[in-house]
Design a protein around this ligand. Structure first.
Ligand code: SAM
Ligand code: CA
Length: 243
């Protein structure tokens, strides 16, 4: 089904990627404020990703707009992304950074990254990206061994294996600077975080639910950060390091 401005509705096969209770309202946001302002390169990457079998993994277009704005507002320069997939959030980040900005981007699957790489290169932002293939946790441990990396990152976006979010948090807090931000994606987990214990949930939601719940509890109780839970996409929790 085409939307009012003639573009294909993103994510129609899985319903909307927002926790808003009305598809029409979400579509209104997309049609009015998001899709008409989406940069051409991001639109191209979103369309390429739509043809990829794992396209459900990409962040939503409105979340991309949010990340881009957030990075500009905070004037982030040195950033990290855990969980790249085809690079939609990575491109939203790269476009927001100054020309000498840097993103340490990690994913266990380089093939996913290569799907989006030609578009990223065409957008002339590939020089900001240091992509590392492999699990992120050992990379964080390696970074921590060098004191100069401590407190050096302005922004981190975490959108990967939910079972490791708590492990990432314990390391990232040392790597992000005081006043810097860590953004955790999928923290409302399709609404499952508030579902009754006996609710019939799709297998993958049920499987990772306890990890998301544990993360949310740890973040809420962590005195080293201020937090803000946003109902953007599947839920984004912003954590600002305060000490
Ligand atoms: N942020 C991406 C976007 O906007 O398109 C979506 C990321 S997708 C939800 C999660 C990604 O995390 C997958 O590409 C997967 O290969 C990667 N991943 C899974 N386990 C990982 C790990 N231990 N370390 C790094 N990346 C991992
Ligand atoms: Ca996600």
């Amino acid at each position: 089904m085409a939307s009012q401005n003639g573009q294909q509705r993103p994510h129609q096969e899985v319903g909307h990627k927002s926790l808003l209770q009305s598809d029409a309202l979400y579509q209104y946001i997309l049609d009015t404020s998001v899709l008409p302002r989406e940069p051409e390169c991001m639109k191209e990457l979103r369309q390429i990703t739509a043809n990829h079998p794992m396209n459900i993994m990409s962040i939503s277009v409105d979340e991309g707009q949010f990340l881009n704005m957030l990075l500009k507002l905070t004037r982030a320069k040195k950033t990290m992304e855990i969980g790249v997939y085809t690079g939609y959030s990575l491109l939203a980040t790269a476009l927001a950074l100054p020309d000498d900005g840097k993103i340490l981007a990690m994913d266990t699957n380089r093939k996913y990254y290569e799907v989006g790489l030609p578009t990223i290169q065409k957008a002339a932002v590939a020089h900001k990206i240091d992509f590392r293939e492999g699990p992120a946790l050992p990379v964080l441990d390696q970074l921590l061994q060098d004191e100069t990396n401590h407190g050096s990152f302005d922004f981190v976006f975490v959108d990967a294996d939910k079972e490791n979010y708590v492990n990432y948090h314990r390391r990232l807090l040392d790597l992000v600077k005081v006043g810097g931000l860590i953004a955790y994606d999928n923290t409302l987990w399709g609404g499952a975080v508030a579902a009754p214990p006996d609710a019939p949930l799709p297998g993958y939601l049920r499987h990772y639910l306890d990890f998301v719940l544990q993360l949310n509890q740890e973040l809420a109780a962590d005195p080293r950060i201020e937090i803000c839970q946003l109902p953007v996409g599947d839920g984004v929790t912003l954590c600002r390091r305060i000490r």
